[in-house]
Design a protein around this ligand. Sequence first.
Ligand code: BTN
Length: 263
Amino acid sequence: MQATILEQSLSTLPLGATRFFDSIGSTNDEALRWARAGAPHLALVMADEQTAGRGRLGRRWYTPPGSALAFSLLLRPESLPAPLLTRLTALGALAVCIALQEHLGLASQIKWPNDVLAGGRKLAGVLVEIDWQGDRPTAAILGIGINIASESVPADNELMFPATCVEAELGSPVDRWALLRATLQALLAWLPRLASADFLTAWERRLAYRGETVQVFTGDGLPLEGRLLGLETDGALRLRLPTGEIQSIQAGELHLRPAGFSQ
Ligand code: BTN
């Protein structure tokens, strides 16, 4: 039933192929398996429930049935120059922000590198994983999870950062398949423009905490504190330290927090 509704809703998008699961471990894992079995560029895996959903830095990602969007889009690097692989996380986050704004009128921001925030709380996350053969990337899996209903928001004590969901922010029920379609539409529209200055501008415009003082925990030593100025051309975060020095931060093992944040 859900698969039929979904197929209809996505039928006019130029996807390579689609697979829908009522329940699965992780859509990223399934997309990777399918990639290795020859799935085409823009193949899409979606699930109503994930039992082993994964987030960045090995964290768990909750996708209880009927309450969220969890999907993974397979991109073939022959259709995508290798230097652009680093922009895919931002592409996913940007697509979610555009869909929320244009489809639902909900403002959101990108907490660099991969979170989408609304009202200062996290409502979506992006996990990009690359499959390699030696030093050649053979597939990029762009996984996106969006909290739609309150059941998809984990309990506070399981969170590194406060979370919310689309319905709580809007105060009304949401057609998740229509939001999926809008997100994929935005993603497919920006994919050919990944290398453009416009892409960087669109990403930077939605950057959370821009102009504010933030703390960056890089995992080695004390957190760096500085004013978040924006993005470098390679997508690194640009901070001005209290000494006046400009520091670029590359995505990696880090947590970004507004200054004074405690949890
Ligand atoms: C994060 O915020 O750390 C990233 C979360 C990414 C979750 C999505 S849900 C679809 C896809 N399948 C997974 O197992 N993870 C991603």
